[in-house]
Design a protein around this ligand. Structure first.
Ligand code: NAP
Length: 270
């Protein structure tokens, strides 16, 4: 229900950005950005389901967040495999929240890189990156959104990239996937906006994670990113929490089809 004059208390920032009573699913959350967003949403009050395809890593992540006092659980599935997605979501459903795993907030975060010069790129590397970074968001969202539509509310957040806008050599597969994810975000926003399900994206700049290890250990890249970014440094995954909590919250009920770039200003600079 949109805010009304009579509901002033619910527009106070603490209530506006609270995720209490909401259940979130974050894909690829065994480490990196997904794990940090699980912590952030959990601290904002959400019950968080962490997904990854690696059970041991997922168990560790869940145990760590539980020790921090957060309400989290793990759900193993491969985001490219519709059968295991369906089994995973079915295992989450309960009571009135049977459909789509009872998820109120979905963050499509799982992603991979397989770098190669485009003229030498294998079909397998092209397809794998498209599958994990783009098709997965279609598959997982399709599994989850039925419940959101049934309940008449939901938030979907797709983790896009600066490469949704710009590219560089050796990452054509990744740029094509992330560009596609930006448009899938808009398509979802248009498709379900009339039924109170908002879909937005976050485009992180260069963040220190396992995925970018290959760049951070290279002094040339390390310097290049710092010089290219107006903030003069790499970002930390925790710096994405603010955008994620905002987009997942009632504060963003009228925000739909947008990509929030969190990059220290890189995309604005020549
Ligand atoms: P990361 O540290 O590599 O974490 C990604 C997680 O996703 C890993 O745990 C990975 O498991 C998991 N995953 C991969 N394929 C999966 C699958 N098929 N099913 C389920 N889980 C799967 O990467 P990150 O840096 O946190 O990146 C998270 C997201 O942010 C990605 O979409 C990435 O493209 C995006 N992003 C990152 C940056 C950055 O600077 N780090 C910038 C822009 C956008 P495995 O390790 O076993 O594959």
């Amino acid at each position: 229900m949109p805010f009304s004059e009579g509901a002033f208390e619910s527009t106070m920032p603490a209530a506006l950005f609270s995720l209490r009573g909401r259940r979130a699913l974050i894909t690829g959350a065994g480490q990196g950005i997904g794990l940090m967003l699980a912590r952030g949403l959990g601290m904002a009050g959400a019950e968080v389901v962490l997904n990854d395809k690696e059970p041991a890593r997922l168990d560790q992540a869940v145990a760590m967040l539980r020790r921090e006092g957060l309400a989290v659980e793990g759900c193993v599935f491969d985001v490219t495999d519709e059968k295991t997605i369906a089994i995973g979501l079915a295992s989450l459903g309960r009571g009135e929240f049977e459909v789509g795993g009872g998820i109120d907030i979905l963050i499509n975060n799982a992603g991979i890189h397989q770098r190669a010069p485009l003229e030498l790129m294998s079909t397998a590397a092209w397809q794998a990156v498209l599958d994990v970074n783009l098709t997965s968001a279609f598959l997982v969202t399709r599994g989850v959104v039925a419940g959101m539509l049934q309940r008449g509310s939901g938030k979907i957040i797709n983790i896009c990239s600066l490469n949704s806008e710009i590219s560089r050599p050796t990452i054509a597969n990744y740029a094509a996937a992330k560009g596609g994810l930006k448009m899938l975000t808009r398509a979802m926003a248009v498709e379900w906006g009339g039924r109170n399900v908002q879909t937005n994206g976050i485009a992180p700049g260069y963040m220190r994670t396992e995925m970018t290890d290959v760049l951070t250990v290279d002094p040339v890249w390390e310097r290049l990113i710092c010089a290219r970014t107006p903030a003069g440094r790499w970002g930390e995954p925790r710096e994405l929490i603010g955008a994620a909590v905002f987009l997942a919250s009632r504060g963003a009920d009228f925000v739909n089809g947008q990509i929030i770039t969190v990059d220290g200003g890189l995309l604005a600079a020549l």
